[in-house]
Design a protein around this ligand. Structure first.
Ligand code: AMP
Length: 205
């Protein structure tokens, strides 16, 4: 299975990616993780590191080269799950070219759908216990009285709204691009982790 997973910030994409990869026995390929690893290893040119730090997208050619090299590795032969890539239709077309050379194509693009208001509700009520790392929801999964609570800076409402708007504009062309090929699978991302995982499984079968 050659998959792409997309979803707005806070939709549970990371959790579902982990479950899905484990179930299918395929690697999760995240351009963000690869770029951070390159940066940590001092292999990312300064100009690109600066663009990343400012939250801008890196040039398509840079990420396409990374993806090409990664998908050539043996563990990707039986499939992979792309996370954080493609982010533009130019990248999607570049991915097509790469996969054509490898003799394949994307089988499905899973788009997790969660209404913006729900994403905002989750984010503004999310707290992490500094001591244990456990995540709570102030209303639906309240922390114990002795927890040392942290509200992440990127979980504040204005930041969340901005990130959701960014996701919406990013996918405005990308999702129709894959829908036109009949590979887009829209999955309701509201519900328990298990319920969403089951919907993804059903959408892929
Ligand atoms: P992420 O963890 O996926 O949000 O990626 C972190 C940063 O890496 C992004 O803000 C971009 O600067 C860069 N990046 C990751 N994936 C891509 C991509 N597909 N295209 C361009 N830049 C990317």
């Amino acid at each position: 299975m050659r998959l792409v997973l997309v979803g707005p910030p806070g939709a549970g994409k990371g959790t579902q990616a982990g479950t899905l990869c484990e179930r299918l026995g395929i690697p999760q390929v995240s351009t963000g993780d690869m770029l951070r690893a390159a940066q940590a290893g001092g292999e990312l040119p300064e100009e690109l590191a600066r663009q990343m730090a400012q939250g801008g997208l890196l040039p398509d050619a840079v990420v396409l080269e990374l993806i090409d090299a990664r998908l050539s590795e043996p563990d990707c032969r039986a499939g992979f799950l792309l996370d954080g890539f493609p982010r533009t239709t130019a990248q999607a077309r570049g991915l097509d070219d790469i996969l054509r050379r490898h003799g394949g194509a994307i089988d499905a693009v899973v788009a997790l759908e969660v209404p913006a208001e729900q994403l905002i509700d989750r984010a503004i009520h999310r707290r992490t216990d500094k001591r244990t790392g456990r995540i709570y929801h102030l209303k639906s999964d309240p922390p114990p009285p002795d927890a040392e609570l942290l509200h992440r800076a990127d979980d504040h409402e204005d930041v969340v709204r901005q990130r959701i708007a960014h996701y919406v504009s990013m996918t405005a062309e990308l999702l129709p691009f894959y829908a036109a090929r009949g590979v887009l699978r829209r999955v309701d991302g509201v519900g328990s982790v298990d319920a969403v995982a089951e919907r993804i499984r059903a959408a892929l079968s």
